[in-house]
Design a binder for this molecule. Structure first.
Ligand code: HEC
Length: 89
C-alpha cells in the first residue's frame, strides 16, 4: 500500500467514526426531551398542532403509529408524545 492510500484510508475511518459519534450524541439529546416538547416541535410541522383533548387514548395509539411514519420519529419519541397526549386529554 502506498502512503497516500494508507492516509486516505485512515481519514475515511476517522470521518466514519466522527459521523457515528455525532449521530449517537444527537440521539441522546432527542431522548432527553419530554413528550410535551417533542409534541410542540414535531406535530406542528405539517398541520395545525392537534390538541390532546381532540382524541381519546385508543385513538392516540393509532394516530401515533400513523404519525410516527409521517413525521419520521423514533419509537422512543412517538411513545413519549402518545404518553403525553394520554395523560393530558
Ligand atoms: C410530515 C408531516 C406530518 C407531521 C410531522 C405530522 N403529521 Fe399528522 N398528519 C399529516 C398528514 C399528511 C395527515 C393527513 C392524513 C394522511 O394523509 O396521512 C395527518 C393527520 C393527522 C391527524 C388526523 C388523524 C389521522 O391519523 O389521520 C392527527 C390527529 C395527526 N395528524 C396528529 C399528528 C401528531 C400528534 C403529530 C406529531 C407526532 C403529527 N401529526 C405530525 C402529516 C404530518
Amino acid at each position: 500500500m502506498s502512503k497516500v492510500r494508507i492516509i486516505s484510508t485512515l481519514t475515511a475511518v476517522f470521518l466514519f467514526l466522527v459521523t457515528l459519534y455525532s449521530c449517537e450524541a444527537q440521539k441522546a439529546a432527542a431522548s432527553q426531551k419530554t413528550g410535551a416538547q417533542l409534541w410542540g416541535e414535531n406535530c406542528i410541522r405539517c398541520h395545525n398542532i392537534p390538541s390532546p383533548g381532540d382524541y381519546n387514548d385508543v385513538d392516540w395509539e393509532t394516530i401515533g403509529l400513523h404519525m410516527r411514519i409521517r413525521a419520521n420519529l423514533t419509537e422512543d419519541e412517538i411513545d413519549k408524545i402518545v404518553e403525553f397526549m394520554k395523560t393530558v386529554n
